[in-house]
Design a binder for this molecule. Structure first.
Ligand code: SF4
Ligand code: FES
Length: 217
């Protein structure tokens, strides 16, 4: 889904904001209120803080709604060395890494380093989370039922995510799954993740999407 990107120009750093991806986690507002203040318009003032602080705050944005571009020679946004999938309890999958999301017919959705992906099935902004998990009372453990770890080597590289039509997320590439305490509980290279909300084997797909007639482009 294409969203309108808002641009906030500063002297030393420019900020972009994709409102369609923001899940109002308020990391930005609580960390750097002088720059990010949603009671004001414009709500982002890049010059109201040090560029290093603006950049560091944006890297905490879990949804990937915020990005920056330095104009003062500061470091570009880093690409995480490893791909991680954090299981939020009763909430989305938080991705960090170097990933490409394509839809079920192979069209590019986004290349990014941060995203919050719907796994309750109710988002109106699939494949991204829109906080619908809260209103539907989604329940999902922040664990995997069968931990699987072979962490002798932890490789990175591009993660490829296909949002299959009316089905699961097919994720290929090197990744680890983190539980709600940030502990690594699974290491994988090719898995199907539930995004209909119905699997009895979350976070993985167990084909319940077929039985419940899940619809998602
Ligand atoms: S940190 Fe990101 S997701 Fe959270 S409120 Fe700010 S822009 Fe939105
Ligand atoms: S997408 Fe939920 S069980 Fe397959």
């Amino acid at each position: 889904m294409a969203h309108r990107i808002h641009n906030y120009t500063g002297e030393k750093i420019d900020v972009t904001y994709d409102a369609g991806r923001c899940i109002h986690a308020a990391e930005c507002i609580s960390r750097l209120h002088s720059v990010f203040d949603n009671s004001k318009r414009p709500w982002v003032l890049p010059d109201a803080g040090l560029a290093d602080g603006v950049a560091a705050t944006i890297l905490h944005c879990p949804s990937g709604a915020l990005h920056y571009e330095r104009k003062d020679g500061g470091a570009v946004e880093p690409i995480p060395e490893h791909n991680t999938i954090y299981l939020a309890e009763d909430g989305p999958l938080y991705l960090r890494g170097d990933f490409t999301i394509v839809n079920g017919v192979g069209e590019l959705v986004v290349n990014d380093t941060r995203a919050a992906l719907c796994r309750c099935g109710a988002s109106q902004n699939k494949p991204f989370c829109d906080n619908s998990h809260i209103s539907i009372g989604f329940v999902a453990p922040p664990k995997v039922s069968e931990p699987q770890m072979t962490l002798e080597t932890l490789d990175g590289g591009n993660l490829h995510i296909e949002t299959t039509t009316n089905g699961s997320l097919h994720i290929t590439g090197n990744f680890v799954i983190l539980d709600d305490e940030g502990e690594t509980v699974y290491q994988g290279t090719d898995e199907w993740f539930c995004r209909c909300g119905g699997s009895a084997n979350k976070p993985f797909c167990d084909s319940t999407h077929v039985k419940i007639g899940f619809i998602a482009e």
